[in-house]
Design a protein around this ligand. Structure first.
Ligand code: OGA
Ligand code: MN
Length: 303
């Protein structure tokens, strides 16, 4: 059966219907999804019933699965699978985490900042596929910003200025922004910054896209206060209403986004009261930005 594509916004988000992702897909279905994903950077697959393995198998159609950062840093044992980024507010035993939990401080609060996933890794990531197993009745939405549309709408002078700028990304920087400085020296070393252009071209569409995230701590060749002022200006521009789609989750939604040309953030909810069980599979951007294919995870890349 042919898949159905229902645009939710004109150019950014679309819902994909008539598809059961627990089953292997036909190549024509996969091709249709890939084509839709090149146009819409956020795809919503409603009413899915997936095991962890089925979730990962679908994700693997879009590249190599990345390992969870927490596990790479040796912080905890997986609640589900080592290729699942555990975005839930649950302990390994399945209880709602406690007020003082370390993950609560750096994980959830970090996800409240506008970001793109794993821009601090080399290679960075391409697709994130987030699956909702349980959701709170109030809040806990996810907002997405279209960084291609945001780029297009920049003044010409700003576009010219950004063309040559390179930014340093690290998880340490975004966590500093929320006041978390609890990484060990060893973790900080593993999280050494990677350098990224601030504008990139998305190969499938040829569209230019702004490439910024809260993971940025420095812009090369700029004093930090000027860099931060520029960043804040770009965040304010890129997250204006007309560039943002807010996803209000239903249990069984799988939402997939292209990290190369979007930012996202989670919205507030009462995380000490309601379980929000969200699991993310993520695939590597193996083509890289400047052909960084094969670079070891965490290597400091020089361009
Ligand atoms: C993520 C993320 C936000 C949310 O899964 O990468 O940032 O709303 N999630 O859970
Ligand atoms: Mn994220």
């Amino acid at each position: 059966m042919a898949i159905s594509i229902y645009p939710v916004t004109a150019e950014f988000a679309a819902e994909i219907g008539d598809l059961d992702l627990s089953q292997p897909l036909e190549s024509s279905e996969l091709e249709a999804i890939r084509a839709a994903f090149a146009r819409y950077a956020v795809l919503i697959f409603p009413a899915q019933e997936l095991t962890v393995d089925q979730h990962l198998a679908f994700a693997a159609n879009f590249g190599e699965l990345e390992r969870s950062i927490e596990l790479q840093l040796g912080q905890r044992r997986p609640r589900t699978h080592e290729a699942i980024a555990d975005v839930a507010n649950l302990t390994t035993d399945g209880d709602i985490w406690r007020r003082d939990s370390r993950r609560r401080q750096y994980g959830m609060m970090g996800n409240r900042l506008w970001h793109t996933d794993s821009s601090f890794k080399a290679p960075a990531v391409y697709a994130s596929l987030l699956y909702a197993r349980s959701i709170p009745p109030v809040g806990g939405h996810t907002e997405f910003a279209d960084m291609r549309a945001a780029y297009d709408a920049l003044p010409a002078a700003t576009k010219r200025r950004l063309e040559t700028l390179r930014a340093e990304h690290s998880l340490v920087f975004s966590r500093q922004r929320i006041g978390f400085d609890g990484y060990t020296a060893e973790e900080k070393q593993a999280l050494a910054p990677v350098v990224r252009p601030m504008v990139r071209v998305i190969p499938e569409s040829g569209r230019k896209s702004l490439y910024i995230a809260s993971h940025i701590g420095h812009i090369q060749g700029m004093p930090d206060d000027a860099a931060e002022a520029l960043l804040q200006e770009l965040f304010a521009h890129a997250t204006q209403r007309q560039f943002v789609y807010t996803h209000r989750w239903r249990v069984g939604d799988l939402v997939m986004w292209d990290n190369r040309c979007t930012m996202h953030r989670g919205t507030d909810f009462d995380d000490l009261r309601w379980a929000r069980d969200m699991q993310r599979a993520t695939t590597s951007d193996t083509e890289g930005i400047f052909g960084e294919r094969g670079a070891a995870a965490f290597a400091v890349t020089e361009y």
